[in-house]
Design a binder for this molecule. Sequence first.
Ligand code: MN
Length: 463
Amino acid sequence: MKSLYFITGSQDLYGGETLRQVANDSKEIVRFLNEKLSAIAEIVWKPTVIDSGSCAAVMREASADADCAGVITWMHTFSPAKMWIKGLQILNKPLCHLHTQANERLPYDSIDMDFMNLNQSAHGDREYGFICTRLGVRRQIVAGYYRDVRVLAALMQFAEVAKAIDFSRHLKVAMFGSNMRQVAVTDGDRVESQIRYGWEVNYYGIGDLAALSQSVTDAQIEEKLKEYRAAYTFRTDDIDAVKEQARYEIALDAFVKQHGVGAYTDNFEDLHGLRQLPGLATQRMQGKGVGFGAEGDYKTSALNAVLWKMAENREGATGFMEDYTYDMADGYVLGAHMLEVSPAFAATKPAIEVHPLGIGGKADPARLTFGGVTGSGVAVCMIDLGTHFRLVCANIELIAQPKPMPRLPVAQIMWTLKPNFEEGVRQWIEAGGGHHTVVSTALTADDIRLFAKLTGTEIVVIG
Ligand code: MN
């Protein structure tokens, strides 16, 4: 379980009794937040910051603590902000500034000067906010009474995004082969990706995976087929083709474990040693939260893993997607890929089918097919503009397919764009958004905005 440090600000002018009350109040907030956020993160109470030294010490501790995904700060009293400068300069984790009070209402009948001096976040949080702004500290600001459902929702969102950023900073991405020949939007500056997001993106020969797949035993494959039979309908007699994908899944599982990898790419142009393009195998890997991007698209692969992590405590599907073709009359986008759509998007029991691919010149690959989920979501793309990365995020509505497509044997989903089809695609293209995305029905544009804010990434939100 990842933690968030809860750091309360005050100063040493007020005397012991006031500081004891400050500590008690902040412990009560932490107790309450732990009750509400227990599924997402542990909130760890830290002693009140009363001077520059205690501030620097706790920020150094937060920055070095591998379990700490972020920091929540709150000024119970006035806390002169020059004492926060050193600490904020040290902090290297996502920061949330909670602007709240221990009391929700003013105690009109009993309020006196002591109460007013103790409960002055209206005053202290402004002083602290100023220094954050002056230092250019990226942070989320959540304002309101800490027991309010909107405040809790915002703190949960911060916890989820902070955890995703922590995950991102330790993410390793394996590229089997390179970027698809001549394709621009899927390429990018891997050094800059590592500097900004922490992604260690490294190349591996597809032969490494092929060799691993050759060491898979028949007994392992039989076990894997039992899993498939329990979960899916078999709509094929070509069991050998299915076994081939089972072999790839077992090899991919072994590879990601061996190399500590959380996301990968492949490229249908470079499959030496594999008989099929990994279809069913890659669909299953995504279903386990391993990020994927096709045709060497490392950015989408990494983003897939990071957004899956962000959504792990929520209902809904998150996975790799491609805008394929349109129904222009109704303004529908058909999203699919050659094979690799995550079964997280399945609204019906998936079926295993084997069909030719028509591209890449390999054997007919086994894949999962299913009808897609419906509901609101986002389609998110990351592009490299040379000077900086940009996230393009479209608000979409996943819809039920109006008619079956009996001759299209791949997993697919359909959606509409906001504010409408023409404006949605026009703005997407103007922003430079590509054809590969991560689609999520678990996340909202606000979640992606917060990720962008805390990582210093430019974002364009459409609809
Ligand atoms: Mn593609």
